[in-house]
Design a protein around this ligand. Structure first.
Ligand code: PLP
Length: 430
């Protein structure tokens, strides 16, 4: 595989961009080798600067659910661009967007647009604190909610241990207000709530976790959190930045049948443009400025071009429910193929899947939380990642990520992916 142009760009980038990339995981550090610089993408394919073409399973980390360069979305963007790129004043697309979101996700009665998933989660937590007049939050080990200070907290040892900052720059003061619990462990959360009675503003969770690899909630877990929050006056925040409009048109909460108080959104909602949103119960959302006292603002919030892209995407998903059946069938086919390959080659692996999201963990343990996810052989994953690239399939460059299927993956491409997986697994054995 020729990678000279990507390599040269990376060398230049390292001089002027920290680590040569604008988001850390893109640097390929978890899998070795240098990142590929992408020139273009179309349908199911990424094309790099050296003209290598890959079937891709990241889809910009989720947003491109209809594949790349989708005509509906591109046309909507081109139309919007003609009317200027930004107003900094209200526009009708923002109203259409809010109406569409509140229709598709009934737990959201009012919604505020922002420009990224990180902004959405930071604002949602501030709102929960303002609404409850409490300081602490509970998050789950291995869940990622963007790079807001409150979320960059690793687990302490034991459920009631205070958080420890994960990144220099996050103060101990901030860390003290973030408590962590293992995913799928309701008892641990109940204990935290009991030990901090009357102090917890919010529980924030990815209802289906995609950021420790894909981990699904066990039966009763989310419902248990809902009951706990109701009993203790805690705001339940579902971070559906990844799962919103992906697992169903109503998100994870629709298929799992649990309603949060606040939902955070991103990725698909922007159709590939930088967009996020947070919304929920009217009573809580009316605490947001200027309706209420909790301040939150944005120069480019509700940007008309971003709204046009997002509206085209959501309108399509809202009127084409067959998309979700197709995505689920293709994903099931790929996962079954992977499982068969692992068995045939005698490699330890666990495939977690739901809807159009899945992860192949290189462990024989059932993966149900961060601890079990960490039993994976990450060195083996690195070799597998590079072997898949050689086979023309571009994966997320880390074991601890979910892969995403787009509608551009046909049955024929699914077959190719399964075959590539077989060859790559065979290659890493040698
Ligand atoms: N929340 C979840 C569940 C995410 O997966 C991400 C990003 O991957 C974020 C929040 C942060 O979103 P953004 O990268 O748009 O800031």
């Amino acid at each position: 595989m020729k990678t000279e142009k990507s390599h040269k760009l990376f060398e230049r980038a390292k001089n002027v961009i920290p680590g040569g990339v604008n988001s850390p995981v893109r640097a390929f550090r978890a899998v070795g080798g240098n990142p590929l610089f992408i020139k273009r993408a179309e349908g199911a394919y990424l094309i790099d600067e050296d003209d290598n073409k890959y079937i891709e399973l990241i889809n910009s980390w989720g947003p491109m659910i209809l594949g790349h360069a989708n005509t509906d979305i591109e046309n909507a963007v081109c139309e919007a661009v003609k009317d200027s790129l930004s107003f900094g004043a209200p526009g009708e697309r923002e109203v259409f967007m809010a109406e569409l979101i509140t229709t598709m996700i009934p737990s959201i009665e009012k919604v505020r647009m922002v420009s990224s998933g990180t902004e959405a989660t930071m604002a949602a937590v501030r709102l929960a604190r303002g609404y409850t007049n409490r300081a602490k939050i509970i998050k789950f080990e291995g869940c990622y909610h963007g790079h807001g200070d409150s979320f960059l907290i690793a687990a302490g040892s034991g459920a009631i241990t205070l958080g420890v900052p994960d990144s220099p720059g996050v103060t101990q003061g901030v860390a003290n207000d973030t408590l962590t619990a293992p995913f799928n462990n309701l008892k641990a959360v109940q204990d935290l709530a009991a030990a901090n009675k009357g102090q917890i503003a919010a529980i924030i969770i990815e209802p289906v976790a995609g950021n420790m690899g894909l981990v699904v909630p066990e039966t009763g877990f989310l419902q248990g959190l809902r009951t706990l929050c109701d009993n203790e006056g805690i705001v339940l925040i579902f971070d559906e930045v990844m799962t919103g409009f992906r697992l169903s048109k109503g998100g994870a909460q629709q298929i799992l049948n649990v309603k949060p108080d606040i939902t955070t959104l991103g990725k698909i909602i922007g159709g590939g443009m930088p967009v996020g949103a947070y919304g929920g119960k009217k009573e809580i959302m009316d605490f947001v400025s200027p309706a209420g006292p909790v301040y939150q603002a944005g120069t480019l919030s509700g940007n008309p071009v971003a709204m046009a892209a997002g509206l085209a995407m959501l309108n399509y998903l809202n009127t084409h429910p067959e998309v979700y059946t197709h995505l689920e069938n293709i994903t099931a086919r790929i996962c079954e193929g992977f499982e068969k390959n692992l068995k045939e080659l005698g490699i330890k692996g666990t495939v977690n899947k739901i809807g159009s999201m899945f992860t192949l963990f290189f462990t024989d343990q059932k993966v149900k939380d961060f601890e079990t996810a960490k039993t994976s052989d990450t060195a083996l994953f690195g070799r597998y990642f590079r072997a898949m690239l050689e086979e023309g399939v571009y994966l997320a460059p880390s074991q601890y990520e979910s892969l995403f299927i787009s509608t551009a993956i046909t049955e024929e491409l699914a077959e190719k992916i399964v075959n590539a997986n077989y060859k790559a697994l065979k290659a890493v054995l040698q």
